[in-house]
Ligand binder design. Structure first.
Ligand code: GLA
Length: 630
């Protein structure tokens, strides 16, 4: 393709479109730029319009390809790498000659890598950026399907680093028909000279103020209860009601029944696709339970996995051709399930109608939308071979469209994006769903590493975290440690409440009440990682500062320490130096409770830790009168 500049247009000060033309194909290419001055970010996407009279085959259309300055020294790439139960692990690698590819190509975003990147430069000094200093170029894709981010070092003849990102061209082709258009997802791009902390804050602010669906974007996320880790598939009207009564007493605001409530679902072997209440578990349907949950003062939520079907389901028996498959090959199962072909308009319409019926019939305020397998046989036998290579894009577009239509009809429902844990945590999801599930690993210590990676790219509000009984590390965590770890984002409870003693229930009630007093700070404030990205995540401390910068809270964790080790004071960030701050919470003996901003930023504060796997919560607030005037 040979593109020539045709014209450009600037609208509303912060939007630029550059129009290019390929005269041979009569193809118009529009490069859209949108600036977000309030969070110092730029977005780019590409639109193609076929003005010719023949179809044009698109084989790769990225959202943008950006050269970084060549005179900044050596670059390092920071990515969020992982697996199921070990998502969003922060990994850094030096950029050497050649291509470094982060990608997902399993139809969904995936666990192996996340569509986020950060590149920091040594500036010729041999050191890269830190939490508070240094140059960082960063960004993320608003896309939940096959994606790729390619970082390439080229010499031309000087050294240059280029980042290219967009829909993955793996098994992709798109027939652009005459008069039709094709649009890429947005690529969000940012630069800061103030280190990784500022990069995260810019992304968080963009997500909170511009990306998340409205009006829920400005509403605080409720404290939720989820049944999955408590009882697995063994949900029924009686046991759920008993749990709901206990949850309500704790201060839970939305009660979510997870997997197992529908069809013949007693294990993962059957039922997906049959979205009506299991008659043995819920003999009178869901309505009586929902009414009781509401009478207890909570909203009701439900788990669904609408893109999937078990072969052992009425839906599959009626429509075996509705799944992705190749003729003559038995489709491969993963978690005993197959993927519905949402590229087909009839299947998409069916899924939309089915969910609309569920949301209309019951008073549901929260839908956990799961997706639990990668694609294997990406076949669509009734379509042409060309069209079959459009599956990866059509599927995700249908997903987004279904959610958007449901939101239009049921504007009071919160939608959670989940894919076997954190497989759908990305900015494409966050443009359509209200938050994401970061990981099925709810061990509070493991979770600190996962959450640190998650929050490098995504706002804490978009990350639910549950207090459960999980203990992969045989650490016998305290309830406080479990709560503090889960309070780093939107708080949930996932434990079997029948296993908590009266005293544990009382403590939990107090933690939930405390969380409610700090949650606007956690969910809507600014994040400062006081221990940076390089330390052990088990020893991290995060400061959340309210938007008005008057109050804040620090959550700090200690994995273990030798008795001879000096304890680390935490230097807070972005306080007013001449103001006096009041401190309260878990402070070490001898710590002052009335300290100037300057002292807190330079000398710091020492939290009180009680041995290994311990945690502390310290709140701070401004005194009304300045000591010096700022
Ligand atoms: C996935 C989710 C879990 C839970 C189960 C239910 O693994 O990540 O949170 O909902 O499915 O089957």
């Amino acid at each position: 393709m040979r593109l020539e500049y045709s014209e450009h247009q600037i609208t509303e000060e912060d939007k630029l479109t550059i129009r290019l033309l390929d005269r041979a194909y009569n193809l118009e290419v529009k490069l859209d730029f949108q600036l977000y001055q309030d969070c110092d970010l730029l977005k780019r996407r590409v639109r193609l319009i076929n003005h010719g009279d023949r179809a044009v085959k698109l084989e790769q259309v990225l959202s943008a390809s950006v050269p970084l300055p060549g005179d900044c020294g050596d670059f390092q790439l920071t990515g969020l790498i992982g697996a199921h139960l070990l998502e969003t692990k922060i990994e850094r690698q030096p950029i050497r000659a050649g291509r470094h590819v982060l990608e997902g190509r399993q139809l969904y975003t995936g666990h192996a890598a996340n569509p986020f990147f950060a590149l920091d430069a040594s500036g010729g000094q041999g050191e890269g950026a830190t939490e508070t200093t240094g140059q960082v170029w960063f960004g993320g894709l608003e896309w939940s399907g096959n994606w790729k981010i390619v970082v390439e070092q080229v010499r031309s003849p000087e050294q240059l680093v280029r980042v290219s990102a967009g829909i993955n061209d793996y098994d992709f082709a798109w027939q652009l028909q005459p008069s039709a258009s094709f649009q890429t997802p947005w690529l969000v791009l940012g630069y800061t000279g103030k280190g990784f902390g500022q990069a995260s804050r810019n992304l968080h602010r963009y997500q909170l103020d511009h990306l998340l669906p409205k009006p829920q974007a400005t509403q605080l996320r409720p404290v939720l209860y989820n049944s999955w880790e408590a009882v697995g598939f063994d949900v029924n009207a009686i046991s759920q009601l008993a749990l709901a009564e206990k949850a309500a007493k704790l201060g839970v605001e939305v009660f979510v029944v997870d997997d197992g409530w529908f069809g013949r679902r007693n294990s993962d072997k059957a039922g997906l696709g049959d979205w009506w209440p299991n008659p043995t578990k819920f003999p009178k349907g869901l309505a009586p339970l929902i009414e009781r949950v509401e009478a207890l003062g909570m909203d009701f939520g439900l788990w669904v996995e609408p893109e999937m079907v078990n072969p052992d389901s009425d839906l599959y028996r009626a429509h075996p051709d509705w799944v992705y498959h190749f003729v003559g090959r038995t489709p491969s199962l993963s978690r005993n399930q197959l993927i519905l072909n949402l590229a087909r308009p009839d299947v998409k319409e069916y899924v939309l109608t089915m969910l609309d019926v569920v949301l209309s019939r019951y008073n549901i305020k929260y839908l956990k939308w799961d997706y639990n397998r990668p694609i294997s046989e990406a076949g669509w036998p009734s379509a042409s071979l060309e069209q079959q290579r459009e599956i990866s894009v059509r599927h995700v577009r249908s997903l987004y469209d279904i959610v958007a239509q449901l939101r239009g009809k049921h504007p009071e429902v919160l939608f959670e994006a989940c894919a076997s844990g954190g497989g759908r945590a990305d900015m494409g999801s966050l443009a359509h769903f209200d938050h994401a599930w970061a990981s099925d690993n709810t061990d509070p210590f493991d979770r600190l590493a996962i959450q640190q990676g998650y929050m490098l790219a995504y706002a804490p509000k978009t990350m639910y975290a549950w207090v459960t009984q999980s203990d992969h590390n045989r650490a016998n965590y305290s309830l406080q440690y479990r709560f503090h770890s889960a309070m780093m984002g939107s708080l949930g409870i996932g434990t079997n409440l029948n296993n908590w003693s009266e005293s544990e229930l009382k403590q939990a009630q107090e933690f939930i009440a405390e969380y409610k007093t700090i949650r606007s700070c956690i969910q809507h404030g600014q994040v400062y990682r006081l221990t940076g990205l390089n330390g052990r995540p088990g020893n991290q401390a995060v400061q959340y500062q309210a938007q008005d910068a008057q109050t804040g809270v620090v959550l700090a964790f200690q994995q273990r320490e030798h008795f001879w080790q000096n304890r680390h004071r935490l230097q807070l960030q972005n306080l007013k130096p001449y103001r006096v701050y009041y401190l309260k919470g878990d402070l070490a003996d001898g710590e002052h409770t009335r300290v100037s901003g300057q002292a807190l930023m330079e000398y710091g504060v020492l939290p009180r830790f009680e041995g290994q796997y311990s945690s502390a919560l310290v709140g701070y607030g401004c005194e009304i009168i300045d000591t010096k005037g700022v």
